[in-house]
Design a protein around this ligand. Structure first.
Ligand SMILES: NC(=O)c1ccc[n+]([C@@H]2O[C@H](COP(=O)([O-])OP(=O)(O)OC[C@H]3O[C@@H](n4cnc5c(N)ncnc54)[C@H](OP(=O)(O)O)[C@@H]3O)[C@@H](O)[C@H]2O)c1
Length: 451
């Protein structure tokens, strides 16, 4: 009899999947609790994530009644794995310990290893007894927020629930394995025109950008809004640019090289600014207080107006510029602080000009479904630029740590080649291969040109 992995790889039907035994262990990429002290006295730039990400067999956990076992065909790297693998700002084993105290099911997460990764696409192979909406054989994509749907506030917004966690970052059994354990409420249907690796790379960054820009919980942009997008060619930024375009807005993308500027022109930015040209070349550098004037005058010169919204995730190095360049009554929406958590800015520019700062995090179930719908409609494209094997996950994560990537970096888990998993080739043709492969082709051209 075929193993469960072989059955999944051969596209077995639900009854065949159910006839296969779930293995007792599986291949995964994990961090070790014992490595916690490794980087304690190491400066951040020397915390090489390849030293802490390991590949090996881990035990298969028991499935809770509200959970689904997914055979992971492909996954993608997010910046949160860079944080976990640097054990910064705190060790994620502390999240697992705290989570593990809740009940017998959460106790499974508190182990001496953590399978990381927060974006995956795959096939449902088992469902817990309380799962109603999914069955073995379904092709799915995982939305990372792990919400407590029994908390009453979840009826309004799952991201506000007390126990909200990021799967594969604050929980165990994440995306970087041949299998992943997720709650049934985390799943969305896989867009049928995408390959496994194209489907796996979107959800965390697209959902987060959707909430920040489009949702009623975020900046709620409208036609004509000028949106300044930091890191436009990065994971979040690549989706932010597309959402601004689709909403009828004017996208101003900030990047750090001519090569990325070309890519952003092709993606549809109205204006692209190289941050080196305004004195913001250093990833961890401070905003000197003059940068925002240079940035503001470029935007005014080119567009005649200040931005309505600034899309923030860089933090310390850019936040003062963001607060200052956004127009009177405008909004800075932020979900991160890659360059440092302590932001300094002159608060007079905020209150006297009636500006707002919105904190945002992930995407609730409704936002994730809406964002996924845009993907299925062909209104948003995967930002996948490079694909590695699961065994090469540490190298892939390193490229994100070094900011050597564009868009998203994918991993092949059980998919043994790229391009598998497309179930609606007609829709794919309609959406257009050139649009779907924009980031891949750009990365390939850059590699050929030695850039
Ligand atoms: N709260 C949430 O739900 C959530 C979700 C997703 C991500 N995040 C956080 O958001 C941050 C970005 O995530 P990501 O996936 O977009 O990462 P990413 O793929 O690494 O992209 C980040 C971009 O930021 C730009 N950047 C880096 N240092 C900069 C600096 N000093 N000044 C200006 N720009 C700089 C880089 O672009 P250039 O070099 O081209 O300028 C890079 O492409 C991370 O901290 C992540 O943890 C939070």
């Amino acid at each position: 009899m075929a193993s469960l992995i072989e059955a999944v790889q051969h596209g077995a039907d639900p009854s065949e999947l159910m006839a296969c035994e779930v293995p007792e262990s599986y291949r995964a990429v994990y961090l070790r609790r014992e490595d916690e002290p490794l980087f304690r006295d190491t400066p951040r730039q020397d915390k090489d994530v390849r030293r802490t990400l390991h590949v090996g067999e881990v035990p298969m956990p028991e499935l809770a009644p509200d959970e689904v076992l997914v055979a992971v065909m492909a996954s993608a790297v997010n910046y949160n794995t860079v944080w976990s693998a640097m054990y910064e700002p705190i060790s994620t084993f502390r999240f697992l310990k705290q989570f593990g105290r809740q009940d017998r099911w959460t106790a499974r997460h508190d182990r001496d290893y953590q399978v990381v990764g927060s974006d995956a696409a795959g096939v449902v192979v088992r469902v817990g007894s309380a799962v109603r909406h999914w069955t073995p054989g379904d092709h799915v994509v995982v939305n990372p927020p792990y919400i407590d749907e029994q908390d009453p506030v979840s009826q309004r917004d799952g991201m506000m629930t007390n126990g909200m966690l990021a799967w594969g970052f604050e929980t165990n059994f994440g995306a970087f394995g041949d299998f992943a354990v997720v709650r049934g409420t985390q799943l969305v249907p896989k867009p049928p025109h995408l390959s496994w690796e194209e489907a796996a790379c979107n959800t965390l960054c697209l959902g987060t950008a959707y909430r920040m820009l489009i949702s009623e919980n975020g900046a709620r942009i409208k036609a004509g809004d000028i949106v300044l997008i930091w890191g436009a060619a990065g994971g979040l930024g690549s989706y932010a640019v597309q959402l601004v375009r689709q909403a009828g807005g004017i996208a101003v993308g900030v990047v750090s090289s001519a090569d990325k500027a070309d890519l952003m022109d092709s993606l549809g930015c109205h204006l692209v600014i190289d941050r080196n040209s305004v004195g913001l070349g250093d990833r961890d550098g401070d905003d000197s207080g003059t940068v925002w004037k240079a940035m503001g005058s470029i935007i005014r010169k080119e567009l005649g107006e200040d931005p309505h919204v600034v899309f923030e995730h860089v933090g310390k190095a850019t936040f003062e510029t963001s607060v200052n360049v956004v127009r009177r009554g405008g909004t800075v929406v932020t979900c991160g602080s890659s360059s440092g958590y302590q932001h300094a800015y002159d608060n007079r520019y905020l209150w006297m000009k009636l500006k707002r700062i919105i904190g945002s995090h992930g995407a609730n179930i409704d936002e994730a479904w809406e964002a996924n719908r845009l993907m299925r409609l062909g209104m948003v494209m995967p930002a996948l630029s490079q694909v590695y094997t699961l065994e090469e996950a540490a190298e892939a994560t390193r490229s994100v740590q070094l900011n050597a990537h564009e868009g998203k970096v994918g991993l092949l888990n059980l998919a043994d080649a790229e391009g598998q998993g497309v179930t609606d080739p007609g829709l794919r043709e309609q959406v257009g291969e050139d649009r779907l492969r924009l980031f891949r082709e750009h990365a390939a051209a850059s590699a050929r040109a030695g850039r």
